[in-house]
Design a protein around this ligand. Structure first.
Ligand code: H2U
Length: 324
């Protein structure tokens, strides 16, 4: 990256940062306890987490019979799946970093229970969260989604293939080999505890892009022990607090879990990890656009991963809303 890129004048789009003051209960919110959703169904008066089948599922378990096509240019296949919405808290005004560690732990338990459940009948269970309007999130009530499918989506297929090739060539788990070197060097490490590490990966293209992974070899969320789940809740709180503190505003991102697929194949080459892709570049309103050169040639970085990791290490671990 040229050093001039950081200084270039910005005359692009400025958006107003999202409103931070929200009521604890919003009568208009389709995720708040007791409220009606688009389907006409009413949410229970839930007190902790709550899961429901997405009323606008992109994947269906009952798929219409269509003719498959093996045409070498235009392949058509039938896919089957399920989409769910997961509410992290009954409180409309909280986000994950503002929740207590014990409440985040219940979200961790929910992720694990959902993977265990949907993984019995689906090859891939994609657990994710879109946070913030900028990332297409439709509602600030803290929630995530799960899309479970009968097939391995492309991103996951590529990760599976590359981890497999590396394992066959080196007899080592690719992501753990990277982790070992990252911990030795520490320049891209954001924070760690005895079970987990957050780092800005060497290959990061989004500003402040990060991955979170266990220190030991773990294939899937369902293999985590009780202590690791506690430590995960703790590190999530601290890491996401640091994200919010970067620009003292709710930090938008898409995050999601990648672990070994749920079929009974041999996935010893896999290491569980979560990706965090945030769009913000220089303030709560100035975002990185993946356009022009990025779309037509290749991704280029506005900030280095080392600089991003340093910013995240140096920013306070106490949430700005608590400090004011
Ligand atoms: P996002 O905020 O990440 O878009 O997720 C909200 C999901 O909630 C979205 O996938 C679903 C949308 O389909 N939804 C319902 O299932 N029922 C509703 O009444 C409104 C929104």
């Amino acid at each position: 990256m040229s050093p001039h890129r950081m200084e270039r004048p910005w005359r692009g789009r400025h958006e107003s940062s999202e409103k931070s003051e929200q009521p604890g209960y919003d009568p208009e919110c389709y995720l708040c306890p007791g409220n009606e959703r688009a389907s006409g169904e009413r949410n229970p008066h839930y007190k902790s987490t709550f899961v429901f089948a997405n009323d606008y599922s992109a994947l269906l378990s009952d798929v219409p019979v269509i003719e498959r096509s093996n045409n070498d240019l235009f392949k058509i296949d039938v896919i089957q799946g399920t989409c769910r919405v997961i509410c992290f808290s009954p409180r409309h005004d909280l986000s994950l970093p503002e929740m207590q560690v014990s409440e985040i732990r219940r979200v961790v338990d929910l992720w694990i229970a959902q993977l265990a459940d949907l993984g019995q009948t689906h090859r891939w269970v994609q657990i994710f969260e879109n946070k913030g309007e900028m990332m297409g999130c439709s509602n600030s009530h803290p929630h995530g989604q799960i899309w479970a499918s009968s097939f391995l989506p492309d991103e996951v297929s590529n990760e599976d293939l590359n981890q497999k090739i590396y394992y066959e060539q080196h007899d080592e788990v690719l992501i753990l080999s990277c982790l070992e070197r990252e911990l030795e060097d520490a320049e891209r490490v954001v924070l760690e505890n005895d079970s987990w590490v957050v780092l800005v990966p060497f290959w990061a293209v989004w500003p402040f892009e990060s991955i979170l992974l266990p220190k030991r070899h773990v294939l899937r969320l369902t293999e985590l022990n009780d202590r690791e789940c506690d430590r995960l809740a703790e590190i999530l709180k601290e890491f996401l607090t640091r994200y919010d503190n970067l620009f003292e505003a709710p930090f938008p991102y898409t995050m999601g879990w990648h672990g070994a697929p749920s079929d009974d194949g041999d996935y010893i080459h896999w290491q569980l990890h979560a990706h965090f892709y945030p769009p913000l570049l220089r303030s709560a309103t100035v975002k990185k656009f993946m356009v022009g050169y990025e779309m037509l040639a290749e991704a280029q970085r506005d900030i280095t991963p080392e600089w991003a990791a340093k910013c995240l290490r140096e920013v306070s671990s106490i949430h700005y809303k608590v400090r004011i």
